[in-house]
Design a protein around this ligand. Structure first.
Ligand SMILES: [Zn+2]
Length: 158
């Protein structure tokens, strides 16, 4: 997937990608919210912006624990992941007013999971005239808003 970005602090964000290991675990264990684009932290799960979004404001909700996927979540973690997903919908609605949402899990690389061993729920805001959720893979997306600015707005809306 080709991505076009506004020329801002991308290098700073990209430097985080050079850290070894799972990016979700790195974000979970860091206190640098901006570098990892963390929007909100709960007890058992947290919310961050997808650095490679399908749409501006694309959120990920992940348990802190590595190795859990959708079908591994116990009741409390499942509940919190879904509560944070609902909060994410509300925060996105308040901050950006999208017309709809797609929420879902990619399980396994064949299904598009970039990090198949650390499950996460995608919360993707949708606007009229944008591309459909699945066919958007392979498209060139121009992100209209800076990731850091988006992170700041959503963190405030949570
Ligand atoms: Zn992990």
């Amino acid at each position: 997937m080709e991505r076009l970005w506004a020329p801002w602090r991308l290098e700073y964000i990209q430097s985080v990608d050079e850290q070894p290991g799972c990016f979700l675990c790195n974000a979970a264990s860091s206190d640098d919210e901006e570098a990892h684009l963390v929007v909100h932290r709960g007890e058992r799960a947290f919310v961050l912006l997808n650095k490679f979004p399908y749409a501006s404001g694309h959120l990920l909700v992940a348990p802190y624990e590595h190795g859990l996927n959708f079908d591994d979540l116990d009741g409390e973690v499942a509940l919190e992941v879904h509560r944070l997903g609902a909060q994410g919908v509300r925060a996105l609605r308040q901050a950006f007013g999208p017309e709809g949402f797609n929420l879902g899990w990619n399980i396994g690389r064949i299904a598009g999971a970039g990090v198949p061993d650390h499950g996460h729920l995608h919360v993707v805001p949708r606007w009229g005239g944008d591309t459909n959720f699945m066919p958007v893979l392979g498209d060139v997306k121009v992100m209209p808003e800076h990731l850091l600015e988006t992170r700041r707005k959503l963190a405030a809306a949570f």
